[in-house]
Unconditional design. Structure first.
Length: 398
């Protein structure tokens, strides 16, 4: 408050009665303390114009003006400028209107003719301080909510990881027995009839499929032992493209590469990151079964909060302002429905179950990126024509 008192306050009076406006200006000029720079208007339209052009500390708002009436005036102003301190100043005395104004975003409520210069100035200063406190509180609340969401995500992964690896260990041995058994039967039933052969083959395929899921699960649970070297990221991307080349050809997917030049090497476990790259490419292919374009882009930049969406990592491992290398995979598929955005990184979440999807790709990819101190993000592209998967690596990652 002390520092505020030394500063000239920018006050915007929104009032369409000339006399009332003159009274307010007069009161402020005779104020016992504080100094004010006053601007005035009689319409909401012009209020918006003025707020766009110059900084305003507090608005003294009559609810009934040229182009707006009643509580709606406050709603519209607050809706457009939620950070602005507003003191409602109106001629109408209605008990609940004051309360409603305050719950709808005003910091105070004055009734014309019921206050003097001192009361007015006090209301203005208090409104600014209240607004500041409220903004801080909102910020703290948002941060708290995000931290809580991160914790829940991390805990969920922990639990699922633990349960999954427990099951995987239990199922591994019986599966191995089945596979050995099938191999054995194959050798002893050399000239068996077709039906037996077919049955054995499908048992074997099913067991292999189960085995590969088990391998993924164990992978998922034991991703701590990574071996990292400084590597050029393009090489790992190219490797991933080689491994998925056949699939891309089959579904007529055009690959477009925009690789930045002179990128520094990054500290990665090549095999793990290659696995992530392959997963992201396969995910893109899965939504472009009728053909499309996959654009892979590398960029070096200073990390910004807006570089990733909210529902991404377990922890914020990269701070704003860090030097990062970003790899984007942009597809021309159908994008991700809003209601799935929160779930896509959950283990076993898949919309491709019928096509054999298990829903572990992104959870494994995220665990791998986490163990690299990096980030992974999946969002719809700005043009809404498909999705963008993004990997973020620290340039000087440890
Ligand atoms: N590029 C993408 N476009 C649209 N949806 C996607 C994309 N990548 C992933 N998804 C969604 O995320 C889900 C989970 O992906 P993932 O964990 O890799 O499992 P899976 O590929 O086995 O389904 C997918 O089933 C799909 O719904
Ligand atoms: Mg996948």
């Amino acid at each position: 408050m002390d520092t505020e008192l030394k500063r000239t306050l920018q006050v915007l009076i929104v009032e369409n009665n000339d006399v009332d406006r003159a009274v307010l200006i007069n009161m402020l000029s005779k104020a016992p303390y504080g100094s004010f720079q006053i601007s005035a208007t009689d319409s909401l339209q012009e209020t918006f114009e003025l707020l766009k052009q110059s900084l305003v500390d507090v608005v003294l708002l009559d609810l009934n003006i040229k182009d707006s009436n009643g509580i709606d005036t406050l709603k519209r102003l607050h809706g457009r400028y939620p950070q602005l301190a507003v003191v409602v100043n109106t001629g109408e005395y209605q008990d609940d209107l004051g309360l409603r104004a305050v719950t709808m975003g005003a910091q105070d409520y004055l009734i014309k003719g019921m206050y003097k210069s001192y009361g007015l100035v006090k209301a203005l200063y208090y409104a600014i301080e209240r607004k500041k406190a409220e903004t801080e509180l909102h910020k703290a609340m948002d941060e708290l909510k995000e931290m809580q969401a991160q914790l829940i995500r991390a805990e969920k992964m922990n639990v699922v990881g633990g349960v999954a690896s427990g099951i995987a260990h239990e199922v591994k041995n019986p599966l191995a027995t089945i596979l050995y058994g099938v191999e054995y039967l194959n050798t002893v039933l050399k000239d068996g009839d077709d039906k037996i052969e077919l049955t054995l083959r499908s048992i074997k395929d099913a067991a292999y499929k189960a085995n590969s899921i088990i391998k993924d699960l164990l992978d998922f649970a034991s991703l701590s032992d990574i071996k990292r070297d400084l590597c050029p990221i393009e090489r790992t991307i190219e490797q991933g493209l080689v491994l998925t080349h056949h699939q891309c050809e089959k579904f007529q997917i055009k690959i477009v590469k925009h690789f930045a030049t002179n990128l520094p090497n990054v500290l990665i476990d090549k095999n793990r990151i290659e696995q992530v790259v392959v997963d992201l490419i396969l995910n893109a292919i899965a939504v472009m079964k009728n053909g499309g374009t996959l654009t892979i882009r590398t960029t070096r930049k200073i990390f910004d909060r807006s570089d990733i969406s909210v529902a991404s990592n377990l922890t914020d491992s990269i701070a704003v302002g860090e030097d990062v290398l970003i790899v984007d995979f942009e597809d021309t598929g159908k994008g991700i429905p809003d209601e799935y955005l929160e779930k896509i990184f959950d283990p076993f979440f898949t919309t491709h179950r019928a096509a054999g999807g298990v829903g572990l790709g992104l959870s494994i990819a995220r665990t791998i990126m986490d163990s690299h101190g990096g980030m992974i993000d999946l969002a719809n592209k700005e043009d809404k024509q498909g999705a963008r998967a993004r990997l973020v690596f620290k340039v000087n990652g440890k």
